[in-house]
Write a protein that binds this ligand. Structure first.
Ligand code: BF8
Ligand code: SF4
Length: 630
């Protein structure tokens, strides 16, 4: 372990600076330059006080103009904006989940998509009261997928998944009138409420924001995660690497970017095909390297050990290496900048989904039916592009770290069984983790999630927070771009145990885990909800009593707000490093930071000073321990 060393943010930045020099040579634009053009940001927008939902406006609230033309005050405007922001995120995650359900519906024994985890499928079918006895696994897959698709529009009842939440949590939701109904209903109801002349009462708007969040976390995202596991396998610990150094100069480099594993899984399949490797060699390459960016990278890293080239604000860097033959994207978090940027290099920018169509890209429509053929065509296209590289532009930063990823809830239960000798059932329980927390060996847990945002020095908040948490014996579970920040730094290397306090270090050694556990992509925050629910059930406590908090220090997307809402509504205090455009309304701000605690036993903390943010989290965890007398 002697030579283990974290990669620092300064080293990340030096690598980026070198790549930007290449960019300057070819006249490339970059987010670093665009941020300068966009700063300072519009103050009205930042405070959330601008309304443009009808054409009498836009109306901007100021001390001199305290109401819009319709008479709406600042609290109504800020609340509506917040609700619409949430609905955007809930819709996005949930539609991704829906796509996965469709893929499952079309799975077949001889097709491109198969059921890789039949046990999980059977378990979910039983959970949903679907007869499994004597059924062909694909008949069952189609039946479960159909039921899941019905979850999006069913006229009556609540999301099926909420039955997984502890009884107490379900009662809170029922009493607060925020139990999520059909997924699409919550999204369209949110847009309805935020229409001109509907709700302008902050309390109603924030209640619906929580409800729309819940239809994501305990609805659409849960469909996305659970059925991705059924199709592509439930993640188990696997070794991989992270940062730009995973790209290989001698190989054809294909970078997958986006969120839906249906595309990236197929690309990985074909990139591994001996016929394709031979084809790559015929163009002078030594082989094919697939690496990933953003959540699609998390998906294939968790299931296949495919290396992670980087996270959100590193997406332009992969093209700037001059060694990227193709960046293949599906949906979400894809910079439109990749179009013009790829034109400065030989890189093919390939869009594949009708949901995310962009100028200056080659559109290869990817569907369940044509998956194999299209994936093969894309891999071939990348290979044939190898000869177009400009060698003088090739520079791959020599920077990567080892990481062990693949900690699904199932995997976490399994590895932590190594820590105690407790008797476990077939699927394991979270009891060993509860024991570690109760005894104080581990003080608590933090779910680190979310993006990068140029408003925060990229990755620094994630990494600094995690370092301090693990040093204080707080275990970290991470997802999305937060997980990739950890992996790039080296915090998912098992050797990082040496950075932990004595208790957590012992647990890492006994269970053979890194101190920061990669739980997957952003839809996989639903795994964290299941973990919290199981911890509550196994400990006999309410979720809000557990020494557990959520944190998104560098968040940027609508999806992140939807996530925040379901995490908080599940009873987990949530800490943000970027303000969600609500500072313009004291009423909305107060509701989110304290008022909602009455409904869901948790609330938000927003703190832009990252050092203070981590101290507040540790304080909160210790307060919860004290309240429990542990
Ligand atoms: O869904 S963490 S930048 S990649 S939004 Fe996007 Fe944010 Fe990354 Fe994944 Ni999540
Ligand atoms: Fe202005 Fe009201 Fe129209 Fe909003 S809804 S733009 S506040 S008039």
């Amino acid at each position: 372990m002697g030579d283990f060393k974290l990669t620092t943010v300064e080293e990340f930045e030096a690598a980026t600076a070198r790549l930007l020099e290449t960019g300057a040579k070819v006249g490339a634009d970059s987010w670093q330059l665009r941020v300068k053009n966009q700063t300072p940001h519009c103050k009205f927008g930042e405070q959330g006080v601008c309304c443009r939902i009808c054409s009498m406006g836009p109306c901007r609230i100021t001390p001199k103009a305290p109401r819009g033309i319709c008479g709406c005050d600042v609290h109504g405007i800020v609340g509506r904006n917040y609700l619409k922001f949430t609905a955007g995120g809930a819709a996005t995650h949930s539609d991704h989940g829906r796509e996965i359900c469709h893929t499952l519906y079309h799975s077949s024994a001889d097709g491109s998509y198969k059921v890789k985890d039949p046990e999980k499928l059977t378990r979910i079918a039983k959970e949903w009261g679907i007869e499994t006895e004597g059924k062909d696994i694909y008949d069952l897959a189609h039946e479960v997928a159909y039921e899941a698709l019905m979850e999006y529009g069913k006229p009556f009842g609540y999301s099926r998944w909420i039955a997984r939440a502890p009884k107490h949590t379900q009662e809170l939701w029922e009493n607060a009138e925020i139990a999520p109904r059909a997924i699409d209903r919550e999204v369209s109801c949110s847009l309805h409420m935020a229409h001109m002349g509907c709700s302008s009462k902050p309390e109603a708007l924030i209640r619906q924001s929580l409800r729309a969040g819940l239809c994501d976390g305990w609805g659409g995202s849960m469909c996305g995660t659970e059925f991705s596991d059924v199709l592509f396998g439930t993640p188990k610990p696997v070794e991989t690497e992270a940062n730009l150094g995973v790209m290989v100069a001698e190989n054809v480099n294909i970078v997958v970017h986006g969120h839906d594993p249906s595309l990236s899984e197929m690309i990985c399949e074909y990139a591994d095909d001996p016929e394709m490797i031979a084809y790559a060699k015929s163009f002078g390459a030594k082989g094919i390297t697939v690496s990933g960016v953003c959540c699609t990278s998390n998906e294939v890293a968790m299931r296949r050990g495919i290396p992670m080239a980087g996270n959100f604000l590193q997406q332009e860097n992969v093209v700037l290496t001059g060694a990227c033959e193709a960046i293949v994207v599906d949906v979400q978090c894809i910079f439109p900048a990749l179009g013009p940027l790829s034109k400065c290099f030989h890189t093919k920018f390939i869009t594949t989904s009708k949901i995310a169509q962009m100028p200056d890209s080659e559109f290869i429509h990817f569907t369940v039916e044509s998956a194999a053929e299209k994936a093969k065509a894309i891999v071939k296209m990348a290979i044939e592009n190898f000869q177009n590289r400009k060698p003088e532009l090739v520079h791959i930063p020599d920077m990567k770290q080892k990481a062990t990823v693949g900690y699904s809830l199932e995997a976490i239960k399994k590895v932590l069984d190594g820590v105690t000798n407790s008797q476990v059932d077939e699927l394991g329980t979270t009891k060993p983790l509860v024991d570690c927390i109760t005894s104080g060996v581990i003080r608590g847990a933090v779910a680190m999630v979310g993006c990068n945002n140029p408003k925060i020095r990229p990755d620094q908040a994630h990494i600094d927070l995690m370092k301090k948490l693990i040093a204080n014996d707080i275990i970290v579970v991470a997802s999305g771009c937060s997980a990739q920040a950890a992996a790039k730094a080296g915090l998912m290397d098992k050797a990082a145990k040496d950075l932990c306090g004595d208790g957590l270090k012992r647990v890492c050694e006994l269970a053979d885990i890194p101190p920061v556990l990669h739980m997957g992509s952003c839809v996989d925050i639903s795994r964290m909800m299941n973990l919290a629910a199981d911890l509550a059930k196994d400990s006999g406590l309410n979720i809000s009593q557990l020494p557990l908090v959520g944190c998104a220090p560098e968040w940027m997307s609508e999806k992140a707000v939807s996530i925040g809402n379901y995490v908080v509504a599940t009873g987990i205090d949530t800490f943000l490093g970027v303000d969600p455009y609500v500072s313009g309304s004291t009423e909305v701000d107060n509701l989110l930071k304290s008022g909602i605690r009455e409904w869901v036993e948790a609330a938000y903390t927003v703190e832009k000073d990252i050092e203070k943010l981590v101290d507040l989290m540790i304080e909160r965890i210790e307060e919860k321990r004290t309240a429990l007398g542990i």
